[in-house]
Design a protein around this ligand. Structure first.
Ligand code: SAM
Length: 235
């Protein structure tokens, strides 16, 4: 379970909202049962449930199970798309080790609003489920050009391009000897406009890449790109 509090032997900590319901009703746990806790900084800790009511729970922390370990800094930039697909992306990007999820608005973005706190909750649950000891940061949505303007130019950014005009991702990874930190950018349902692709290609830190000859849904491109990048250049 993910908590925001510092973890250490003997600490008595209140559960985060929703965890009491999850433990009592969903997992049918009781006072005295063991749980594993992490907070993104202190590794993983064994704890016991010290109190459990419908809407409130508390833990007593016992001992460290795993120390904090550095994770590859892989940043996902994804055009805001429909809500179900964004939910799925938050879950899968967490499982695939993204350190940051940055929703961006592009010229063809149709989704009006991104519920970042909902996505952050999904990411937290996915981190708990997959045994990750950190939760990706959910950045506030911002226009693509503003994110590019603020991007650290020392960090390579690979942008998915479905128009068959870009080299395959594996060739680009090998060519630049890609290692984290790096970013993976995916456009919206309608793709990037030509002017956006031109702008991307003008930025020295951007490489546009192809994931094969088929046009993938944006959410598929997110997952396929992250999986390939993890395999080729992750840790
Ligand atoms: N413009 C396209 C169309 O309507 O024909 C579709 C864009 S696609 C659904 C959404 C995004 O997924 C693209 O902007 C791109 O970033 C990524 N993508 C899809 N297929 C890809 C591929 N084969 N290689 C690289 N990126 C891809």
């Amino acid at each position: 379970l993910h908590l925001d509090a510092p973890l250490g032997a003997g600490a008595e900590l209140a559960a985060a909202p929703g965890q009491a319901h999850y433990l009592g009703t969903v997992l049918r746990r009781a006072v005295g049962d063991p749980v594993r806790l992490f907070n993104g900084r202190d590794g993983e800790w064994a704890a016991r449930i010290a109190a459990l009511r419908k809407d409130r729970a508390a833990f007593v922390v016992e001992r460290q199970l795993r120390p904090a370990a550095p994770e590859p800094d892989i940043r996902l930039l994804v055009a805001a798309i429909k809500r179900d697909a964004m939910d799925w992306i938050a879950e899968k990007a967490t499982e695939l080790g993204a350190a940051l999820i940055q929703p961006v608005f592009t010229r063809r973005t149709v989704a009006g609003r991104v519920n970042t706190s909902r996505l952050a909750a999904i990411a937290r649950e996915a981190a708990e489920q997959c045994g990750r000891l950190t939760v990706p940061r959910l950045a506030d949505p911002a226009p693509l050009h503003a994110v590019l303007d603020g991007w650290d130019p020392a960090v390579p950014l690979l942008a998915g391009d479905e128009r068959r005009a870009s080299p395959p991702l594996a060739r680009v990874v090998a060519g630049i000897g890609l290692r984290p930190p790096f970013g993976w950018l995916v456009g919206p349902e309608g793709g990037f406009e030509s002017a956006e692709l031109d702008d991307l290609r003008r930025r020295p830190f951007v490489s546009t890449v192809a994931l094969g000859p088929r046009i993938l849904r944006a959410e598929t491109a997110v997952v396929a790109g992250l999986a390939a990048l993890q395999a080729l250049a992750g840790d």
